[in-house]
Design a protein. Structure first.
Length: 352
């Protein structure tokens, strides 16, 4: 015995050791483990399996908890969004969401709230629009009906004065219907434009020339100031732009106190041409200036229904200027009345 146990009860695995001459010089034997689970490796493996199983179960439970929390975090606001859209679909526009998650869902909720507010505003505007249209149509129709019934009953005599009154109401009704038609075309993008290269200087000058005699008869001074260094060109529809200038000058003629002033000016500003038509008193309150372009909006007192306007002219003007890629705004005039400023882009590098 050189090394190892002297007594071996188990059955060893024996191998012989030989020298270079193949003579047996000794033996080496190894006693194998009877079973793996009987050794320390089996205990270590068992502990590893137990630890892995416990860790896996804990990780699974933790993952399920996190998944449940995340699902609840997203499902609750999504469910509230679903209920909100269902309420909007049913026409309940007063429904609002309050979500403060600080993520995309909150942004979506804010967009839904903005959509509901816009729908509610549009609904109110439609109701107001319908009411105003009914009122505008009812007035001339009622006058025509009452006058005709009075003539038939012999209360009024059908003379030239009476016919002139009836004709005036019929013309007022015609203007309102025509304005409504033009506005419907403009807002549905069905108002056709024949665009071409135009000189805004000439268009404004022609419009001013057409109103000189009417302003003189009304004791109003009409002037024009062309501040452009050289003629400029714009891409536009001459007929529609003339309609805008005529409407603005007609409004100034109607609503400016006599004696008064109406002043038109045109100048270039950057890559745009700026056309301004302003008049003397009466003016318009600052808080009402931005509403002048709303449909059927009228300023009380100084700009009332008695002047025969339909309340749609400025709305149509805005639609036409928008179609030309420009802008139109109303401000306080230095003359004491209202100033309407039109800005239209010019054709760069082009002159007429």
């Amino acid at each position: 015995m050189v090394f190892g146990r002297a007594t071996i009860d188990e059955t060893p695995i024996i191998r012989s050791l030989r020298d270079n001459k193949n003579n047996v010089i000794g033996y080496v034997g190894v006693v194998p483990e009877r079973l793996l689970e009987d050794g320390p490796d089996a205990a270590l493996l068992q502990k590893q399996l137990t630890l892995g199983l416990v860790t896996g179960v804990i990780a699974l439970l933790f993952s399920l908890s996190i998944a449940y929390w995340i699902s609840r975090h997203f499902s609750q606001p999504i469910d509230r969004l679903r209920k909100a859209t269902s309420e909007l679909k049913r026409g309940n526009l007063d429904w609002r969401l309050t979500i403060s998650s600080g993520d995309e869902i909150q942004q979506l909720a804010e967009d839904v709230n903005a959509l509901a507010a816009r729908l509610q505003q549009n609904k109110s505007q439609r109701q107001e629009w319908s009411s105003n249209i009914a009122h505008e149509l009812r007035t001339p129709i009622a006058i025509l009906q009452n006058q005709c019934e009075a003539i038939l009953d012999g209360v009024f005599e059908l003379n030239e004065e009476r016919i002139t009154l009836l004709l005036g109401e019929a013309q007022r009704l015609h203007r309102l219907v025509e304005d409504l038609y033009q506005l419907s075309l403009a807002e549905s993008d069905e108002l056709h434009y024949q665009l071409g290269e135009l000189s805004p200087n000439e268009l404004v000058q022609r419009a001013v020339n057409r109103f000189h005699s009417q302003c003189s008869d009304a004791n109003l001074t009409l002037t024009i100031d062309d501040q452009t260094n050289q003629p400029v060109a714009i891409l536009g529809d001459a007929e529609r732009l003339v309609q805008v200038f005529d409407n603005l000058l007609q409004n100034s003629l109607r609503y400016t106190d006599s004696p008064g002033k109406i002043h038109a000016s045109i100048k270039t500003q950057g890559s745009s041409v700026v056309i301004c038509i302003e008049d003397s008193s009466p003016g318009v309150k600052q808080e009402e200036q931005s509403q002048l372009f709303a449909r059927l909006y009228r300023v009380e007192k100084s700009r009332s229904r008695k002047y025969g306007g339909s309340g749609l002219g400025l709305t149509i003007c805005r639609a036409i200027i928008d179609a030309h890629g420009g802008s139109i705004v109303a401000k306080q005039s230095g003359l004491g009345g209202l100033s309407v400023i039109i800005t239209i882009p010019v054709i760069l590098g082009e002159t007429l």
